[in-house]
Ligand binder design. Sequence first.
Ligand code: FAD
Length: 464
Amino acid sequence: MPKPYDLLVIGSGSAGFNAARVAVSLGKRIAIVDSAPQLGGLCILKGCMPSKTLLYSTEILHLAKKGKTFGLRIPSATADMKALHARKKKIIGEFADYRSQALESGKYDVYRSHARFVDTHTVALADGRTLTAEKFLIGTGSKVSVPAAVPGLASTPFWTSDDVLDLDFVPESVIVLGGGIVACELAQFLRRIGSKVTQIQRSKTILKDYSPAASEVVQQAFRDEGIVLHTDTQIEKISGDEAGVAVKFTCGGKTLTRRAKHLFNALGREPNTDSLQLSKAGVKLTPAGRVKVNRWQQTTAPHIYAGGDVCGPYDLVHLAVAQGELAARHAFGVKGLKPIDPKLLLSVVFTEPALASIGEQERELTARGEKFLVATYPFNDHGKSILMEAHYGYVKVIAEPKRGRILGAEIVGTHAGELIHIFSGPLALKATVFDLLRAPWYHPTLAEILTYPLEEIAEQIQRE
Ligand SMILES: Cc1cc2nc3c(=O)[nH]c(=O)nc-3n(C[C@H](O)[C@H](O)[C@H](O)COP(=O)(O)OP(=O)(O)OC[C@H]3O[C@@H](n4cnc5c(N)ncnc54)[C@H](O)[C@@H]3O)c2cc1C
């Protein structure tokens, strides 16, 4: 029997890789087990990086198509799908090679196999080997879910985000099921390359986890771009034949059927737990099926940690990285640790207009009965966004009413994903609106739009 490892990491994605990296820096002996044919994890291979590579191309395409608005003659701007696909493959290939080199640098023992627990300190690999360790990190990520409650979905051929990210042709027409982040980002990608897109969402709005006003801005932009959007629906039946797919659903008291060549199932993802034999290790799940963890990422078996999509609560890379790092530090007794602060939650939807939020939002503060001040300012009244023809959306700042400490912000509009970071440092440092107003703001920039809501909140406090 080989000597036990200090830490055995299952899954080498964002959570697993960063847990292993920190544990190595603490002088520990690490095993990483990953069953994927290619190393890199979801973010690099089939998540953030390929999607943002493609979305950036369609952002340029969209601007080029609007050339006349900017006084430019661009006769025909179209997507060259073979070239788009090749560029994405090259960029992703480089990121994945970089990650593989880091994993295979000799700092870790990497096992390319599937792992399952056989007892609290042992995992069995699919290749027949057995490994033991003092501590474990489960970072097995998530997979596309196929909700049984959607009649006909399981028996109808559909695309997942993996397929959409790998397209090398323009699909004639696509029905997108779902209104979450992945659904919306890729619905707009498909529309911008030239597909006819119908998006069907069960809730009253797309992007329902954000404020209704912000979702409404993205919905309006989608409709303006020609996405046929149905919200507040109930799917009755999905079926397919050689001609394509048909989705029958109710909406506003009517029964409608929409047809397209292809179906894109973007109804969500679920944690990858089913083949891990977690019960043999004493690891329990939440009612939602995620691995249950405490604020140090410990599972119900305290020497086994979890990080990333497998435990959530959100499928976000910066969270997976932070959880992996925290787990490794906690496992090996690093002093002075702080749990991840949910009040600093940062989220970006890379649609255009983009939607980004940080910290606490009106909905949760109101639900808790807390007092707050809020101010907004629209992009269609701001110099830089007007000259960019970027009229959609607004910026919103939320602050505590006595001293003006910033509690959160929401931005929907051009470059929202970049602009939201103006609040990252101030929020972490508990800055006030007055602190931010002391900072210099260059003119003319998109960023300076934030001075308007900051000033409004400062005036509200001074008037009190
Ligand atoms: C299309 C798309 C776009 C996205 N865009 C963004 C974005 O812009 N920003 C953002 O923050 N997030 C984004 N996400 C989410 C983000 O990609 C994930 O939150 C993140 O990658 C999860 O990392 P992870 O470490 O939990 O899991 P993963 O990176 O999925 O790693 C899990 C690893 O575990 C391995 N594994 C699983 N089971 C076993 C087993 N039993 N034995 C051995 N190995 C196993 C898998 O092979 C895999 O390599 C996107 C997701 C998608 C699908």
